[in-house]
Design a protein around this ligand. Structure first.
Ligand SMILES: Cc1cc2nc3c(=O)[nH]c(=O)nc-3n(C[C@H](O)[C@H](O)[C@H](O)COP(=O)(O)OP(=O)(O)OC[C@H]3O[C@@H](n4cnc5c(N)ncnc54)[C@H](O)[C@@H]3O)c2cc1C
Length: 460
């Protein structure tokens, strides 16, 4: 198949202005937020309707051309990197919030809408859409659905899959299907909505979603607790949950990360602390007062020095400091690998010890922060990808962390997905039979293996 013929066909489907082929455009879509993965596509196509997506997929499927669906490209697993050339399908023209159904508390939203924009829109009705990845102001709905994104509020409010009630999906053969919908209860057939949620663009192209909305909490209270040992911080997390308090956010930042954030932001973080916990409780004002008091006690009982956020401004400063953890760590060295191996929360102290050992054994720098409440930490390795010798040590540290997490009963990824980065450890977690079951699903829905080939499951 000649490239020129393909490009002419694509232009017929979406119009000339929505097919990009200049080298500088192709380069801009050759990579995403993941270091070390850049591959040139043959074309970037920007459809505006499900029908256009259908035509593109029919054409690509007939000619066995790889297709990489892309939202904002902020994923950390090379999920949109065009590994085998072909078409990058950019979904950002799907940018409408179609409807907010206030009787059913459901929003009908196209996949190119940025997640924060959904919240800004439904906020006027006193509602919220809880999934809030660190990239809430840039990530697209389609990308967050396909990565099953989590975020800071995951502990209390759950993750993306808990809020996606229905989807419009274009299959590789061009058929457009609808899964789920506005029904709260729906057990008619397989749960295809959940299957496509977190499928990393390997099973179909999502064009629209029905999202469950919930009332916005009326009040909240934030506090910071400082710990002299990581173990105390880990025990405090376990203690909070054991006390049946479910904070909206419960974030841990380790000493290495505290130091680099403070160095950059100067917000008065305790640079000698082994770890800090940032906590927020929210809900009904009376319940919030009670929970905040009980939370303070558990933190203090585990040797935490507790400070309440003094004002709305102080609270914002603390949370900005947390959101800046990754950018600040990224300033240390040219390359940043943000991992998200996740363990049952009772295993957090063991996992943190394991990360420290992996760093020391392999002489690599790892700063750790993350969603302690749901066991989803982000050990972040800063290094230089051009240094082959250092990269061998980085890989060895990753190997120790991933295997260690799985051995603790955890998983390779809590929210960033598998993409290409974690492929080497997939069989270790799922076993041969587990991998084969997933590959069978892939082959059934995408027999020519054109959708995001080589990702999530490797070669099928
Ligand atoms: C600084 C930083 C902080 C982050 N913090 C978090 C966090 O707290 N929690 C978290 O979960 N993630 C986090 N991420 C990762 C990332 O933001 C999320 O994975 C996000 O969901 C990706 O959205 P996107 O629009 O950028 O998707 P993209 O990167 O464009 O795509 C992601 C995947 O979805 C597929 N895809 C995209 N759109 C569609 C569609 N319409 N149909 C089918 N498949 C599609 C792609 O093929 C790809 O596999 C962070 C990333 C960065 C850089």
């Amino acid at each position: 198949m000649q490239n020129t013929q393909m490009i002419e066909e694509l232009k017929k489907i979406v119009g000339e202005e929505y097919v990009l082929t200049k080298p500088e455009d192709l380069y801009a879509y050759s990579y995403d937020a993941t270091p070390g993965h850049s591959y040139m596509p043959d074309a970037v196509v920007i459809p505006g309707t499900a029908k256009e997506v259908s035509e593109i997929l029919k054409y690509a499927n007939t000619h066995k051309i790889p297709v990489y669906t892309r939202g904002s490209g902020t994923n950390l697993s090379a999920g949109t990197a065009p590994l085998k050339g072909g078409i990058v399908l950019l979904m950002l023209r799907f940018n409408k919030i179609i409807d907010v159904d206030l009787e059913n508390l459901i929003a009908e939203v196209e996949v190119g809408v940025v997640v924060q924009d959904i919240n800004d829109h439904v906020g006027q009705f006193g509602l919220m859409y809880p999934p809030d990845p660190g990239t809430v102001k840039t990530a697209s709905l389609g990308g967050t659905i396909s990565e099953n994104a989590g975020g800071l509020r995951g502990l209390k409010y759950g993750i993306t899959k808990n809020y996606v009630q229905g989807l419009e999906v274009v299959l590789t053969n061009g058929e457009i299907i609808h899964t789920g919908g506005k029904n709260v209860k729906d057990v008619s057939g397989y749960d295809m909505t959940k299957l496509f949620t977190g499928a990393e663009g390997t099973l179909g192209v999502i064009t629209k979603a029905y999202l469950k909305l919930i009332p916005k909490p009326e009040a909240d209270k934030s506090m910071i607790a400082t710990f002299k040992t990581l173990e105390d911080a880990g025990n405090a997390v376990a203690g909070i949950i054991a006390a049946k308090i479910i904070p909206a956010t419960l974030e841990l930042i380790d000493n290495k990360t505290i130091r680099v954030v403070e160095d950059f932001m100067h917000v008065g973080l305790p640079v000698d602390a082994a770890a800090i916990l940032l906590c927020t409780v929210d809900g009904n004002p009376i319940v919030v007062e009670d929970e905040a008091k009980r939370l303070e006690k558990v933190l203090a009982d585990n040797n935490g020095e507790v400070h309440l956020a003094k004002s709305a401004e102080h609270k914002e400063q603390l949370w900005t400091a947390r959101r800046m953890a990754l950018p600040c760590l990224a300033k240390l060295r040219p390359t940043t690998f943000v991992e998200d191996a996740t363990v049952p929360r009772s295993k957090i102290p063991a996992f943190l010890a394991l990360v420290e050992k992996a760093a020391a054994d392999n002489n690599v720098t790892i700063g750790t922060f993350g969603h302690a409440g749901d066991g989803n930490m982000h050990p972040t390795i800063v290094c230089d990808i051009r240094d082959e010798e250092e990269m061998k040590r980085v890989y060895a540290a990753m190997d120790a962390m991933f295997r260690g997490a799985v051995e603790l009963g955890g998983t390779l990824s809590g929210e960033h997905g598998i993409g290409l980065g974690k492929l080497p450890w997939m069989e270790f977690q799922h076993g041969k039979a587990g991998m084969e079951a997933m590959k069978a699903v892939k082959r059934a829905l995408d027999p020519n293996l054109i959708l995001n080939p080589g990702k999530l499951l490797g070669e099928c």
